[in-house]
Ligand binder design. Structure first.
Ligand code: NDP
Length: 328
């Protein structure tokens, strides 16, 4: 068998962590022949809860789980890490201004970026889940100058999966018939799920839908506000589907995307599609050999252009705000 891969999960005692860790241990993150060693990072007051989760992981008797370490220190958490899932973040609480939220997250993602820079393995891949994910990823990246910038990614896969599911429902077709969905921009209410480049059974998805009213007034807001719909229904946030999307994101990054399809990832812009270079924005990407590439040459119609510009404008504002705070 292969040597274990080190996977670090921050905020491991949280809701998403609880749904995520068992799937990593069972081999769904990296593959059924790849042992994993888990490193769980928590804040000191949540270490005990993380230890409780570790007892349950032990009780899973997972053949691929080579070990679990629980730490409250970022340097230890990222030492030798190959895959870093940054889930823990400071949630926005009532009355909190955006500046306060960004500053609180700067206090988390700056030291984590520094620790990744200092100790992570050369092949480290980083996925930021904790919100505001795109800008948190930007902060971490800014403090890891020795790590190739493109290794820092933010999760928009849950939005991507939500968009696939809603479109499949509208067309009365299985999700597997739909390819080339794209989420553009920020993982926020301004995100733009684009069906104009999507395909259903090889034909244009937008033509199959042929309903601009549904697109503008049902599909896009529903995908963007799905988190709130789930909190309303469940009385708790969408932790299991978020964990599922994190698994999908890393799995495809490591193992590749299927031929003739792509996925959405928040990645540093190279200037493609007019997105300012360096912003961590969601794009359509294909993954091959452990690396990803932004899909080039897609047609962007006027409707899509204005939606992408709005979301990218928000990302630019977030970047300027963290710059002003001295976080990047
Ligand atoms: P969750 O596990 O539910 O969520 C964690 C983060 O993921 C939040 O920032 C949340 O953002 C974000 N997120 C992204 N997508 C989703 C989604 N679809 N649904 C829900 N959340 C989503 O939070 P908990 O409060 O249960 O757990 C957080 C844990 O992180 C705690 O145990 C805390 O101690 C820990 N923590 C650890 C840190 C560290 O390791 N250094 C630092 C800070 C916290 P949003 O709130 O916007 O939904």
């Amino acid at each position: 068998t292969q040597a274990p891969v080190n996977v670090t999960v921050t905020g491991a005692a949280g809701q998403i962590g609880y749904a995520l860790l068992f799937r990593i241990a069972s081999g769904q993150l990296l593959g059924q022949d790849q042992p994993v060693r888990l490193r769980l990072l928590e804040i000191p007051q949540a270490v005990k809860a993380a230890e409780g989760t570790a007892l349950e992981l032990e009780d899973g008797a997972f053949p691929l789980l080579a070990g679990i370490d629980i730490v409250d220190d970022a340097k230890q958490a990222f030492d030798g890490t190959n895959v870093a899932l940054l889930v823990g973040a400071r949630p926005r609480t009532k009355g909190m201004e955006r500046g306060d939220l960004l500053e609180a997250n700067g206090g988390i993602f700056k030291p984590q970026g520094e620790a990744i820079n200092a100790g992570a393995a050369d092949d480290v891949k980083i996925l930021v889940v904790g919100n505001p994910a795109n800008t948190n990823a930007l902060i971490a990246q800014a403090h890891a100058p020795d790590v190739p910038a493109e290794r820092f990614t933010a999760m928009t896969r849950l939005d991507h999966n939500r968009a696939l599911a809603q479109l499949a429902k509208k067309l009365g077709t299985p999700v597997s018939d739909i390819k080339k969905m794209t989420i553009w921009g920020n993982h926020s209410a301004t995100q733009y799920p684009d069906i104009f480049n999507a395909e259903v059974k090889g034909g244009s998805a937008a033509e199959a839908v042929n309903d601009q009213n549904w697109l503008e007034n049902e599909f896009i807001p529903r995908v963007a506000k799905r988190g709130a719909e789930i909190i309303e229904a469940r009385g708790a946030s969408s932790a299991a589907s978020a964990a599922n999307a994190a698994i999908d994101h890393v799995h495809d990054w490591v193992n590749g995307t299927p031929e003739g399809d792509w996925v959405s990832m928040g990645v540093p812009s190279d200037g493609s599609y007019g997105v300012p270079e360096g912003l961590i924005s969601s794009f359509p990407v294909v993954c091959r050999g452990g690396a990803y590439e932004i899909v080039q040459g897609l047609e962007i119609n006027d409707f899509s252009r204005s939606r992408i510009d709005a979301s990218v404008g928000e990302l630019t504002e977030e970047r300027d705000a963290v710059r002003k705070l001295g976080l990047i």
